[in-house]
Design a protein around this ligand. Structure first.
Ligand code: DGJ
Length: 727
């Protein structure tokens, strides 16, 4: 996935005033007025502009407003100075340019208070060839005493009013990433999270703004914004009686006032901005390409097809069962087996969810020959082996808690509030000893069992009490932020020591789908709800910001364990194949025919994995539009190979479903159509036929309402996966 290494970031040329800064990507421009002694103002963000265009633009709006002067306006930053003053007045001091290790260009505009020795760097980072501009701030305290930050947004972005619509993702356990769309009206629209740990439950830290009315997938101007932070966040859009909506995004400051001693600084997490005039899908493609290349851990490495044991056996782990599951996934063509929860705990065995987190020693009652014997079995079966841990957590029933009750998050003078199983507690990642402990959990596992190929890193509790036993009394409000700083420090150490192990971020299902955590993780668990029909909706929303390579998507049992819906395995496979394909069931309980369908789906997925995992997404028909079907496709950047997915989302007699024009193909190329995962007794009329890209995009192909199968095999489900290969 290589892009031309042109650096489009630039300081503006001679025709423009020295104070005008132009941050450019191949398909967007951000223009700033950084006149020394004046406010830093944003003159333009959106379509690419020329020097001549810039020369004709008017003045902009303060883009990093601080609290204190005109305090009726929302601010990005609020400081209580060492002398108690709450007034901050920032003006441009200087501008600098640098390049980072990733080849990215950083423009830094340093703002200084007109009286107090406080400085704020406002940064803009661009990557060669990518349509993303990251922006964040860094606040430095050079005052004689400590200052307190009570708001510290990463950025604020003025967006011209018009018919602007907001799309965001909402939903908690088993209902993650539901798309919500609404026009922006007067007042404040707030999207936030205060869970402390699982920040993509209940809302997501990413939004899309469609500038031309109701959001459309492949047309219209869109600004996308994704906050790269795994903790509590706030995205706020303030619409007053001016011409602009003002978007603010950053760490949620509630109960998190942060004190900076003299000489200390505070860096906010980056906000990744993208602009596209190709609708929501265009903005998604920008996030995906940049994310795979610059954020996602090992974003250029194909992901393996796996079987996870959770919904197959839950806590009922034993050696023969694990061996059988490994044999089964190997038989079906899979490449990896993951033993989920239930394998550990010596003094307190992990028989259910109420014990042993923190005691990461194998339970030899269940696995008498230990992990090595499982690793040997995996080798024999020709698959890799993965394991589940939840290292940031413990239970009151655990050897870890017996030894180190001071490691957990709890309020002074109170018993800790417990979560899952009535006993779960969160470890205090702000504490360096806990950071060491969490590092050692992974390090010991990997050193003892270097053949472990994959770790599922779970996190199943929010921060349930405000209280750090490590932080001093005057630093208690640092808890949420220092928890995540500690976590990231630990993840950095883990990745330095173990760069090759694949790690999945799971948090009660899809609680950790965010760009703040993915630099250390290879993928995230999308949801504990594997129901294929609901997954179409969840994966649709997830794909707004995250690429398929990171979106774990499993074929699970029927009836489904969450919705109790019974969906034929063909449909389940067709949905799972649009993400990182896996299985999560007990293969022993499948019929021979179901196993065969999975075996063929895995074989087909291997042939198109590079398209799904590294291709460009074009979402075509949204399930949210209620048209009875949903459809999307992936295509290679060279436009020579594509996979088209079509799923019927409801069934009525004499249904008239729309024909779906495709997108993203080369209009002048010819593509041969091949159906994957075919179950029909006879091929589709267009099987093996050649069509021009233009025809496929202007007209599309008709999907039959049902499958042509033996009468007793008919169901109310229907789906198609087509491969389109350039002739
Ligand atoms: C919650 C996760 O979301 C599940 O997938 C599973 O790993 C369980 N935890 C195990 O306890």
């Amino acid at each position: 996935m290589k892009y031309p290494a042109t650096l489009l970031f630039m300081f503006c040329a001679a025709s423009l005033s020295a104070e005008t800064l132009h941050v450019a990507t191949p398909a967007s421009s951000l223009v700033l007025d950084a006149t020394p002694g004046q406010k830093l103002s944003l003159v333009h963000y959106g379509t690419p502009v020329s020097d001549a265009d810039i020369a004709g633009l008017g003045s902009g709006l303060d883009t990093y407003p601080a609290y204190g002067i005109n305090p009726e306006r929302e601010a990005a930053l609020s400081i209580t100075h060492a002398d108690g003053s709450m007034s901050t007045d920032l003006v441009v001091k200087s501008t600098a340019k640098s390049t980072d290790a990733d080849g990215a260009e950083i423009l830094t505009v340093t703002l200084a208070d007109t009286f107090y020795p406080v400085e704020v760097d406002v940064n803009y980072r661009t990557y060669p060839g990518e349509n993303i501009i990251e922006t964040w701030s860094e606040i430095r305290n050079n005052e004689k005493g400590a200052i307190t930050l009570s708001r510290f947004m990463s950025a604020s972005l003025p967006v011209r009013m018009g018919d602007v619509w907001l799309s965001s993702l909402y939903g908690s356990w088993a209902n993650e990433a539901k798309v919500e769309e609404r026009p922006l009206t007067h007042g404040v629209t707030m999207i936030k999270n205060k869970d402390g740990v699982r920040n993509s439950h209940t809302a997501h830290a990413e939004v899309m703004l469609s500038l031309d009315g109701k959001p459309r997938e492949n047309t219209g101007r869109v600004i996308g914004a994704a906050l790269e932070y795994p903790g509590n966040y706030k995205i706020m859009i303030d619409t007053d009686d001016s011409d602009y909506h003002r978007l603010f995004a950053g760490i949620n400051e509630e109960n998190s006032a942060y004190t900076l001693k003299k000489g200390e600084s505070f860096a906010t997490p980056p906000l990744a901005l993208t602009y596209s005039n190709e609708g929501l899908s265009g903005a998604s493609r920008n996030f995906h390409r940049w994310g795979r290349k610059h954020r996602l851990h090992a974003g250029d490495t194909p992901r393996k097809i796996l079987l996870n044991s959770w919904e197959g056996v839950y806590f009922d782990i034993d050696e023969p069962t694990m061996d059988g599951m490994m044999a089964d996934i190997a038989y079906m063509g899979g490449e990896l087996f993951v033993m989920d929860d239930g394998w550990f705990g010596v003094k307190y065995p992990r028989a259910t969810d109420n014990a042993a987190l923190g005691d990461w020693t194998v339970d030899t009652r269940k696995l008498p020959n230990g992990i090595n014997s499982l690793l040997d079995a995996a080798e024999r079966h020709g698959v890799k082996f993965g394991i589940w841990i939840e290292p940031e957590m413990t239970n009151t029933v655990s050897e870890l808690y017996d030894k180190h009750p001071e490691y957990v998050i709890k309020a002074p003078n109170r018993k800790p509030t417990t979560g899952r199983g009535g006993t779960q507690l969160v470890l205090d990642m702000a504490n360096p000893k806990v950071q060491d402990l969490v590092f050692e959990v992974v390090d010991t596992l990997m050193r003892k069992y270097p053949r472990i190929d994959y770790i599922k890193w779970d996190a199943n509790a929010p921060i349930m009490d405000h209280g750090s036993q490590y932080l001093t009394a005057d630093r208690q409000s640092h808890l949420y932020i220092d928890f995540h700083r500690g976590l990231i420090k630990t993840l950095e150490r883990i990745r330095e020591a173990h760069p090759d192990v694949t790690i999945q971020a799971c948090a009660s299902g899809g609680g950790r789908a965010n760009w703040g955590i993915l630099p250390w993780f290879d993928e995230f668990w999308t949801s504990d709800n594997n129901d294929a029909l609901q997954r179409i909706y969840m994966q649709w929303g997830t794909s707004y910001f995250f690429p398929a390579i990171a979106m774990a998507s499993h074929i699970s049992a029927a009836p489904n364990h969450q919705t109790f819906r019974s969906i034929p395995v063909k449909f389940r496979a067709d949905v799972a194949m649009s993400g990182r394909l896996g299985l999560e069931l007990q293969p022993k309980n499948m019929t021979e025919e179901e196993r065969d369908i999975c075996r063929r789906a895995i074989a087909d997925y291997k042939n198109v994995r590079h398209i799904v995992q590294f291709g460009d997404i074009y979402r075509l028909l949204s399930p949210y539009d209620g048209k009875g079907a949903a459809s999307l496709m992936y295509i290679t950047p060279e436009k020579d190979d594509a996979v088209f997915f079509w799923w019927k989302t409801e069934t009525f007699m004499n249904q008239q479903l729309p024909r779906i024009p495709m997108a993203g193909l080369d209009p002048d190329a010819t593509y041969i159509v091949t159906e994957l995962n075919r179950i029909d007794n006879e091929p589709l009329p267009f099987e093996g036929k050649a069509f021009s890209g233009r025809f496929l995009m202007d007209r599309g192909l008709d999907m039959p309402l049902t499958h042509k199968v033996d009468y007793h095999k008919n169901t109310d489900y229907s789906s198609r996966v087509l491969r389109l290969t350039r002739q």
